[in-house]
Every structure is written in C-alpha cells, then in structure tokens.
Write a protein that binds this ligand. Structure first.
Ligand code: HEC
Ligand code: HEC
Ligand code: HEC
Ligand code: HEC
Ligand code: HEC
Ligand code: HEC
Length: 291
C-alpha cells in the first residue's frame, strides 16, 4: 500500500498555466466498478466515472493554476480530499477501496497484548529465535539474509530520500564519531557485511521491548505504536523543498529506474529508530554539522 502511495504522491512537475496531473496521480475518468461502494459525499460523474469532484471538494479544480494549488490546499484543509483532513492517506483510499487486500503483515508488531513476543514473526528474519535476555553475538544471530539485504524483500531500497546514498562505508573519521555515539547513547549502529551503512544502522527491526531495554540493541525511539508508523505534518517549506530537490530527484530516478519518495514533510512522531531524527541526534551520530 505504502508503495502505491509513494508512487502516487510523487510531486508533480511544476508547469505554468493549465493544471496538468502527474503520471503518478490517481487515475481519473475511469469507471467505478459496481462492486465498489463510494462513501457518503463522493459521487461519480454522469457516466459513472471518477471526476475531480469525486475526491476533491474544490470547484473547478481542473481549471485552477498550478501556482495556486498550495494556497487552495491550505484553504481547503477539510475537503481538498473529501472528508478530510486525513491523518493517514490510506484511510482516504479505503473510502472506496477494500482495506483487506492491501493490508500487509507488519512483522515489526512483535509483542502480544501480554507483552510476549510471537515467535513466528522472528522467523521471517532469524532462522532460530535468538535469546532476548542474553542476545547472542552478532555472528551467531542466524539471519536468513545478510543484514544489508534482509529488509529488501518487503521494502524498496528507496523507502525514502537518501536511503540509497547512505549505503556507503563511512570514512575513518565518521566511524570514530559513531563509536563515540554508541558509547554516549548506549546504542548500537550496526553496519553491513562490507562495513556499509544499511537500514538497521538507523532502524531497529524490533518492536520496543522485544530486546531488553538495558541492552544497547534494545534502546530505541518509540514515540508511536509500531502499528501506526511514523507521523508527519505537512511542512510549510514543502514547495521550496520540492523545487530544490526536483533536479536531483529526477536524476536519481533515472539512475535507479524507479520512482523515489520525496520526504518534504516534517517528522513529528518516530518509531523503530535507534536515535531520534527530528532533533538531529541520529544524524549527528555520524555527521558533523558546522554551526
Ligand atoms: C480517486 C480520487 C481522486 C480523483 C478522482 C482526483 N484526485 Fe487529485 N488527488 C487525489 C489524491 C489522493 C491526491 C494526493 C493528496 C495529498 O497529497 O495529500 C491528489 C492530489 C491532487 C493535487 C495536488 C497535487 C500537487 O502536487 O499539486 C491536485 C492539483 C489534484 N489532485 C488535482 C486533481 C484534478 C484536476 C482532478 C480531476 C482531473 C483530480 N485531482 C482527481 C485524489 C484524486
Ligand atoms: C472515490 C473513490 C476512490 C478513492 C477515494 C480512491 N480510489 Fe483508487 N480507484 C478508484 C476507482 C474507481 C479505480 C478504477 C477501478 C479499479 O481499478 O477498481 C481506482 C483504481 C486504483 C488503482 C489501480 C490503478 C491502475 O492503473 O490500475 C490504484 C493503485 C488505486 N486506485 C489506489 C488508490 C489509492 C492509493 C488511493 C488513496 C490515495 C485511492 N486509490 C483512492 C476509486 C477510488
Ligand atoms: C525484520 C527482520 C527481523 C525480525 C522480524 C526480527 N529480527 Fe531480531 N534482528 C534482526 C537483525 C537485522 C538483527 C541484527 C541487528 C540488530 O541487532 O538490530 C537482529 C538482532 C536480534 C537480536 C540481537 C540483538 C543484539 O544485537 O544484541 C536479538 C536478541 C533478536 N534479534 C531477537 C529477535 C526476536 C525475539 C524476534 C521476534 C520477536 C526478532 N528478533 C525479530 C532482524 C529481525
Ligand atoms: C516480511 C516483510 C517485512 C520485512 C522483512 C521488513 N519489514 Fe519493515 N515493515 C513491513 C510492513 C508490512 C510495515 C508496515 C507499513 C507498510 O506497509 O509499509 C513495515 C514498516 C516499517 C517501518 C515503518 C514503521 C512502522 O511501524 O510502520 C520501518 C522503519 C521498517 N519497516 C523498517 C524495516 C527494517 C529496517 C527492516 C529490515 C531489518 C524491515 N523493515 C523488514 C514489512 C517488513
Ligand atoms: C540514515 C538513516 C536511515 C537509513 C540508512 C534508513 N532510514 Fe528509513 N527512515 C529514517 C528516518 C529518519 C525515518 C523517519 C522516522 C521514523 O521512521 O520514525 C525513516 C522512515 C522509514 C520508514 C517509514 C516510512 C513511512 O513514512 O512510513 C520505512 C519503511 C523505512 N524508513 C525503511 C527503511 C529501509 C528499508 C531502509 C534501508 C533500505 C532504510 N529505511 C534506511 C532513517 C533512515
Ligand atoms: C550511521 C551513520 C549515518 C547516519 C545516522 C546518518 N548519515 Fe548521512 N551519510 C552517512 C554516510 C556514510 C554517507 C555517505 C557519504 C559520506 O561518507 O559522507 C552519508 C551521506 C549523507 C548525505 C549526502 C547524500 C548525497 O547526496 O551524497 C546527506 C545529505 C546526509 N547524509 C544527511 C543525513 C541526515 C539528514 C541524517 C539524519 C536523518 C543522516 N545523514 C544520518 C552516514 C550517516
């Protein structure tokens, strides 16, 4: 589901004059199947097809100018997408689409209501369930795939901007800073088999509480339930951020041959992170920023 969203939410290329929709925008002018029930307030057009007004509560949106869209969105916070504002875009999609087929098993939900781990989930990644109280040495974890590849069956290697650029081996200087951060924050920042930054360098694959919180591998940020994922707020700077990144992004997409998500929103709730990113702590574990 997320992948679909990411594909669709890619910023549209700016263009002067009439409103052009990005190729990633939701299809318009397609028939609504009989089996699909639209929620109240949403109507197909005379031909039973999706029109702009089916989803958007803005009159003549198709005739508006590109440069006015941000302002229109701000003024129509409630009905730019009908029934909004939507905290999670998925919920808007489920006004028409069935939720079930899109649900993927979130294997990071690992504790039951009693706080006990369900072992089936562990086995997606571990051939044998490791001892949580006395974690084995890294070489004895019996992971099904090397750490740097274990997330990629379910996630793209481009889950967000800058993930790909990060799969590099840190220089000596940075490795020293990482070792210091591991000590100061009592965390781990595990690298891939060739010493490169990988998903688990920044993310913990485990729900908080699976690994003893007194153990460095068990220390992590969990500001939200893992089921909910991280939370973002639209950023005031989004148009600027997008314009700034557009050229690099197009280039990156060409290189990768696949679309890349644009992170132009402000992070307000984090989960599965080894250190908080919103306040820069995570970044500073590796990077030194000049004031
Ligand atoms: C099936 C629902 C649906 C229909 C029909 C639809 N849209 Fe959208 N539209 C969306 C969603 C979802 C978004 C993404 C909203 C977001 O980013 O929060 C969106 C975003 C947009 C945006 C903002 C994106 C941007 O980058 O500026 C514009 C403009 C837009 N739609 C115009 C239109 C127009 C014009 C039509 C008719 C030709 C149309 N839409 C029909 C669902 C729809
Ligand atoms: C107003 C109802 C409505 C809403 C809201 C809606 N869709 Fe759709 N969607 C449709 C219809 C109708 C079709 C075309 C018929 C079909 O494929 O079932 C469709 C088709 C699709 C397709 C298939 C496109 C293709 O080219 O085959 C995807 C993917 C999709 N929607 C995703 C989404 C996502 C993601 C959202 C939320 C951002 C969303 N839809 C919101 C009605 C809706
Ligand atoms: C999505 C894949 C994934 C799942 C699911 C998963 N693990 Fe892990 N686990 C890893 C990876 C990768 C590492 C090595 C990096 C690290 O320590 O975080 C690891 C490390 C560990 C460690 C050693 C921590 C350390 O470094 O000292 C323990 C203990 C562990 N897992 C237990 C579990 C248990 C128990 C479950 C099920 C409740 C589970 N894991 C589910 C991927 C996973
Ligand atoms: C078996 C499939 C699977 C594997 C393997 C997997 N994930 Fe996930 N992950 C999911 C699903 C499903 C979600 C829920 C959101 C979604 O649908 O994208 C998710 C969500 C996340 C989130 C967002 C937080 C949240 O709770 O929604 C992060 C971060 C994440 N995964 C990191 C990782 C990392 C790091 C690895 C590798 C160690 C990994 N994942 C391996 C299926 C998987
Ligand atoms: C340099 C650090 C870093 C690396 C490397 C990294 N991420 Fe992330 N990731 C983040 C931050 C920061 C967030 C947003 C905060 C959060 O999830 O709480 C995030 C968010 C996510 C989300 C949630 C997106 C959403 O909006 O729901 C997923 C899924 C994810 N990462 C998967 C991955 C995978 C898979 C990899 C490896 C291919 C990876 N990340 C590599 C820092 C990183
Ligand atoms: C685990 C260490 C680590 C963490 C944590 C980390 N980075 Fe990086 N970052 C790297 C490495 C390694 C590179 C590759 C280039 C280099 O050596 O400088 C890189 C490169 C970058 C680049 C340049 C990408 C390009 O275009 O080449 C940016 C921008 C960046 N990081 C920002 C961030 C931000 C923002 C955060 C916090 C959310 C963050 N990094 C967290 C290690 C890290």
């Amino acid at each position: 589901m997320r992948t679909l969203l990411l594909l669709m939410l890619m910023a549209m290329l700016p263009s002067a004059g009439a409103l052009e929709l990005s190729s990633r925008h939701h299809p318009v002018g397609v028939g609504v199947p009989e089996t699909m029930k639209l929620s109240e307030g949403m109507k197909a057009d005379d031909q039973g097809q999706l029109a702009c007004s089916t989803c958007h509560g803005v009159e003549n949106l198709e005739k508006r100018k590109r440069e006015d869209i941000e302002e229109i969105r701000r003024r129509h916070a409630d009905d730019f997408l009908r029934g909004g504002p939507w905290k999670k875009l998925d919920d808007f999609c489920f006004q028409c689409h069935d939720e079930q087929p899109y649900q993927r098993l979130n294997i990071h939900v690992q504790l039951d209501e009693q706080g006990k781990p369900g072992e089936e989930n562990c086995k997606y990644c571990h051939r044998e369930v490791p001892d949580r109280k006395h974690p084995p040495k890294r070489g004895d974890l019996k992971l099904r795939l090397p750490v740097e590849r274990i997330c990629l069956g379910c996630h793209l290697n481009t889950p967000h901007l800058n993930a790909v650029e990060h799969s590099r081996k840190p220089e000596e200087e940075m490795r020293k800073r990482m070792a210091e951060a591991e000590k100061t924050h009592q965390i781990i920042l595990p690298l891939g088999e060739q010493g490169q930054v990988s998903c688990v360098t920044c993310h913990s694959p485990h729900q908080k509480g699976v690994i003893d919180p007194g153990h460095p591998a068990g220390r992590q940020v969990a500001e939200r339930p893992v089921e909910d994922g991280p939370d973002y707020q639209p950023s005031r700077w989004s148009p600027i951020y997008r314009a700034d990144k557009e050229a690099r992004l197009v280039e990156l997409e060409r290189t990768l041959g696949q679309p890349v998500n644009l992170d132009y929103r402000r992070l307000v709730g984090e989960v599965l992170m080894r250190l908080p990113a919103a306040d820069g702590s995570l970044c500073r574990a590796c990077h030194q920023f000049d004031d």
